[in-house]
Design a binder for this molecule. Structure first.
Ligand code: BGP
Length: 465
């Protein structure tokens, strides 16, 4: 048996988001998720939207006690722009939301849980999407910065870790390329403009944050970094992986962490005639916005091969340059649409960050092992659900992280996605990830066995395998 020990003061906890947990009670405005569910409930698994979900708005005290029970020393969630801000143009706040977020933060802090607050988790206010096209417009970039500044001013003395965006590429993919987020457009050129505008919004918020010089607070970004593995070592397959990495990882990682816009990316965008509208002043803002930490979300690897079939779509997507590929020797998670399981990717990401991104301090901001409710089964005689499958896989991933840390990776924590099973965009409650099951009928939180294992890990910083 080997013992794996993690560094002292390591952060242990979970991640969630406002939209996915709070519910709609007393919400000042709609987000695109409220709007889209109202317009097209059929787009959501079993038709379930985010109106009630975990009802954290009413149950936060009880939930913070559950965090404490599991030994969390930290927890990430997001503020909802559409809850905190009443008037988006002036950034006038909604007093009820200020009270709720203050209470929630106070409750975490009083119980020894360090809150990490993200400002945007896919949740554009509906009004800004409908009026201006959301991040299609630079007007909304500035409104986002107003909201961010308001949040820093109101809660900056309580929150030590601020995050501008979670997975900023996902609203671009979902909303403008692959049709899984509102506004469900398919337009490569617009996608690039939205991506650029989000990077600009992030950079402007980072500058505004530094200007406030908040004592003891840091600002960072959470990115979903998915390494691209090739079918073979041929030059064509390697080139395909290089493009996938450039377009899906480096497109956000380089500007946001290294303050560089890759020349090769500009060449690709030029070749495809999808260069966004930029100004020299904006580029200066982007290339000088310093983040202090990085969060990395990891679920599945990307497998690619050189294109064999002709590219059929009449608009740009990154797949112009490669095809996705299923690894015939892979291991797959039957409970997550047969996605490949590849713990080694965590090691590869860590080494990439160490070698190519200045070994910036980073934490594993989401690692999620999905199961469905049937595979998790019913609670045993003690009322606990046996999800050992999750623990076994989590261990495999953490072994890889441990190896990278031993080799000098600057990782300072691990957050599991998620704390209590929560609603997940169009997948709604299809996949379960939590330490606790959410009973959709009663709202009860039912413990899973994996939580007991994690509690020990959080307490001792050690696990055995
Ligand atoms: C991440 C998001 C989370 C969460 C998770 C699981 O990309 O940051 O918000 O939704 O994925 O998603 P799913 O339930 O769709 O597998």
């Amino acid at each position: 048996m080997t013992t794996y020990t993690f560094p002292e003061n390591f952060l242990w906890g979970a991640a969630a988001s406002g939209t996915q947990t709070e519910g709609a009670t007393n919400k000042a405005n709609e987000s695109i998720w409220d709007l889209w569910h109202r317009l097209s409930p059929d787009r959501f698994y079993n038709g379930i939207g985010s109106q009630l979900v975990n009802d954290t708005y009413s149950r936060y005290k009880e939930d913070v006690q559950l965090m404490k029970q599991l030994g969390f020393n930290s927890f990430r969630t997001s503020f909802q722009w559409s809850r905190l801000i009443k008037d988006f143009e002036t950034a006038e706040v909604c007093p009820d939301a200020v009270e709720f977020y203050n209470n929630y933060l106070d409750e975490m802090i009083a119980n020894g849980i360090e809150p990490m607050i993200n400002l945007y988790h896919f949740d554009m206010p509906a009004e800004l999407q409908e009026k201006y096209g959301g991040f299609e417009s630079k007007k909304v970039v500035d409104l986002y910065v107003k909201y961010a500044v308001k949040a820093f001013e109101l809660f900056g003395h309580k929150v030590k870790y601020w995050i501008t965006f979670n997975e900023p590429i996902v609203p671009v993919e979902g909303g403008y390329l692959y049709d899984f987020h509102y506004p469900c457009k398919k337009d490569g050129k617009l996608a690039v403009q939205v991506g650029y505008n989000i990077i600009l919004a992030h950079a402007k918020a980072v500058h505004a944050f530094h200007k406030l010089a908040l004592k003891d607070s840091k600002i960072g970004i959470v990115l979903n970094l998915t390494p691209s593995y090739t079918r073979s070592d041929s030059e064509e397959d390697n080139k395909a992986a290089w493009y996938a990495d450039l377009l899906f990882n480096r497109s956000f990682l380089d500007p946001m962490v290294k303050n560089q816009i890759p020349q090769e990316l500009c060449e690709v965008l030029n070749e495809q005639r999808i260069i966004p509208e930029t100004t020299a002043e904006e580029i200066e803002v982007i290339t000088s916005a310093k983040v202090q930490f990085l969060g990395v979300n990891y679920y599945v690897p990307r497998r690619v091969k050189a294109r064999e079939a002709k590219y059929e779509l009449d608009y740009f997507t990154p797949e112009v340059y490669f095809e996705n590929y299923i690894n015939p020797d892979g291991r797959f998670n039957p409970y997550r649409d047969n996605n490949e399981i590849l713990p080694k990717a965590i090691y590869d990401i860590a080494i990439n960050v160490k070698e190519n991104y200045g070994n910036i301090p980073w934490f594993l901001a989401e690692i999620g092992i999905a199961m469905d409710i049937v595979s998790e089964g019913e609670p045993d005689g003690n009322g606990v659900i046996d999800d050992s499958f999750r623990t076994d896989l989590m261990k495999e991933h953490l072994v890889q992280l441990h190896k990278a840390i031993e080799e000098g990776a600057n990782c300072f924590g691990v957050h599991q996605w998620t704390f209590i099973d929560n609603w997940s965009w169009i997948n709604s409650f299809k996949r379960r990830y939590g330490f606790f099951r959410l009973d959709l009928e009663t709202g009860n939180r039912i413990p899973k066995k994996h939580g007991l294992w994690f509690k020990d890990l959080a307490k001792t910083g050690t696990f055995h395998e």
